[in-house]
Design a protein around this ligand. Structure first.
Ligand SMILES: Cc1cc2nc3c(=O)[nH]c(=O)nc-3n(C[C@H](O)[C@H](O)[C@H](O)COP(=O)(O)O)c2cc1C
Length: 171
C-alpha cells in the first residue's frame, strides 16, 4: 500500500458542482487548508484504503472512517467493516477514528480492538439530548461507559490500552 500509485481524480467540474451545489469539494481543499494552518487536519468520511492514502497525501493528520450514518449514500458500506483495511493502509502515518452505528459499549470495544484510536458517537447522544436534555446526554454516556467497562471485565481487561485484536477471536 505504501508504494501504491495514486489514480488521476480529475473529476469534471460539472459533476462536482452537480453533487455539491455551490461548494467545490475536492482533495485540493485539503491541500489548501494544509497551507493555511499547522493544526491537525482530520478528514471524515473515509471508507477505503485508496481514499485514506489520498487524505494523507494531501496533508491529513487523522482520518475518521465514517459513512455519515448512511446520509450521503444509502448503500455505503458499514464503517466498522472498512476500519481494518483503512488502518492497515494508514500504517501509523495518521490517527484513525471511526463513527457510524456505535450504539453500545460493545461496539466501542470492538472498534478499539480493531485498532481505532477512538470512536465518535452521533445519533445516540442526540437521542439522549432529545429525551432528557443535558441529563439525557449524561445518561447515554454513562450507559455506554458502563457497557464498555462490563465488556472489558468479561474479556479480562482492566485498561483501555490492553484492548487488542485478540479479544475479537478468543471470546
Ligand atoms: C442530524 C445529523 C446531521 C449530520 N450532519 C453532518 C454533517 O454536516 N457533516 C458530517 O460530516 N456528518 C454529519 N452527520 C453524520 C454524523 O457526523 C455521523 O457521521 C453519523 O451520525 C454517524 O454516527 P452515528 O451512527 O453515531 O450517528 C450528521 C448526522 C446527523 C444525524
Amino acid at each position: 500500500m505504501k508504494n501504491m500509485s495514486i489514480p488521476n481524480l480529475n473529476i469534471p467540474d460539472t459533476i462536482v458542482k452537480q453533487r455539491f451545489g455551490t461548494g467545490w469539494v475536492t482533495w485540493a481543499n485539503i491541500e489548501w487548508i494544509r497551507k493555511l494552518t499547522q493544526l491537525p487536519i482530520i478528514c471524515k468520511g473515509i471508507l477505503s484504503p485508496i481514499n485514506a492514502e489520498l487524505a494523507i497525501k494531501y496533508g491529513a493528520n487523522g482520518i475518521i472512517v465514517s459513512n455519515h450514518g448512511g446520509r450521503l449514500i444509502d448503500t455505503a458500506p458499514p464503517a466498522i467493516q472498512c476500519l481494518e483495511d483503512v488502518i492497515n493502509a494508514v500504517d501509523g502515518r495518521a490517527e484513525v477514528f471511526v463513527d457510524t452505528d456505535i450504539q453500545s459499549g460493545t461496539d466501542v470495544l470492538k472498534a478499539l480492538a480493531i485498532g481505532a484510536r477512538a470512536v465518535l458517537i452521533g445519533r445516540s447522544i442526540l437521542y439522549g439530548l432529545a429525551c432528557g436534555g443535558q441529563d439525557g446526554v449524561r445518561r447515554v454516556s454513562d450507559i455506554l461507559k458502563h457497557e464498555l467497562v462490563y465488556d472489558m471485565a468479561c474479556c479480562g481487561l482492566t485498561s483501555i490500552d490492553q484492548i487488542n485484536k485478540d479479544i475479537l477471536y478468543k471470546h
